[in-house]
Design a protein around this ligand. Structure first.
Ligand code: HEM
Length: 225
């Protein structure tokens, strides 16, 4: 998954004890907030799409006013906007793969983060049974042998596959029940997650004002030496 850049946002987690100071600062940081307006419920986003310098300044001003403010690192890019993940994928993500599934030629998408990207078990079952039912023009083969077919009785059995409220049937009009192997395969797909922030590709990294203060004072000490 590619990432084209990053930016920062600022969140207020708590107003602190000085209830008057923070509302005074907000109109200059938050376009949706004007003086005298009712305060948003915490936690809330003050601003986003900021450079580090501006975001740090906002956090510092808010924490000087007694608020608990956070700097949030946001990876951005078309793949992230599509919801494919929260950060770019890097070599280390595939380090322990055995066999290495990524490959150099492939037809289907990388499933290493599918558990985050698609968490609807039913969607996966229908997709395995009949990919074209959920993805128009899909070239993925059907894994129909992972499903048991039975004649429909009444409204269909409770465990039978349904999609958008309708019973899913095979080409002979029989209802389909996921076998244990289909359920296990989907459970495995759900377990595939690749979203931990790592050094070379930080994801959702929340930095508290205190952590920033420690870093800043360490930086000052280093600079003065
Ligand atoms: C048991 C084996 C397989 C499993 C568990 C599996 C699973 C999946 C899943 C979960 C997706 C959805 C990905 C997403 O939403 O981004 C997907 C999509 C896709 N898969 Fe597979 N797949 C399998 C085999 C294959 C094979 C053999 C092919 C190609 C010949 C293939 C081609 C595709 C394609 C083209 C897509 C894009 C969406 C679509 O067309 O349905 N898959 N697959």
């Amino acid at each position: 998954m590619r990432q084209e850049g990053y930016n920062f946002s600022v969140e207020v987690v708590d107003f602190g004890t000085n209830a008057l100071q923070v509302p005074r600062l907000l109109p200059s940081m938050m376009s949706q907030y004007s003086a005298g307006q009712e305060l948003p419920a915490t936690p809330f986003e003050v601003n986003s799409g900021l450079t580090l310098r501006v975001a740090e300044r906002f956090v510092r001003r808010l924490s000087d006013a007694g608020a608990d403010a956070m700097l949030v690192f946001n990876p951005v890019g078309a793949d992230i906007a599509r919801g494919w993940g929260v950060r770019r994928t890097v070599g280390r993500d595939y380090l322990l793969d055995q066999p290495v599934m990524l490959g150099s030629q492939r037809i289907g998408p990388d499933l290493s983060n599918i558990g985050n990207r698609r968490s609807d078990v039913n969607w996966h079952l229908v997709h395995l049974f009949q990919p074209r039912k959920v993805v128009e023009d899909s070239v993925m083969p059907s894994y129909a042998y992972l499903f048991e077919k039975r004649e429909v009785r009444g409204e269909g059995d409770p465990g039978a596959l349904r999609y958008e409220g309708q019973l899913v049937t095979d080409n002979q009009g029989r209802q389909v029940m996921p076998r244990a192997a289909a359920k296990d395969l989907v459970a495995y797909l759900m377990s595939l997650r690749l979203d931990e922030p790592i050094f070379e590709a930080p994801g959702l990294v929340l930095e508290s004002a205190e952590a920033m203060e420690v870093q800043n004072s360490e930086r000052k000490v280093a600079e003065s030496q």
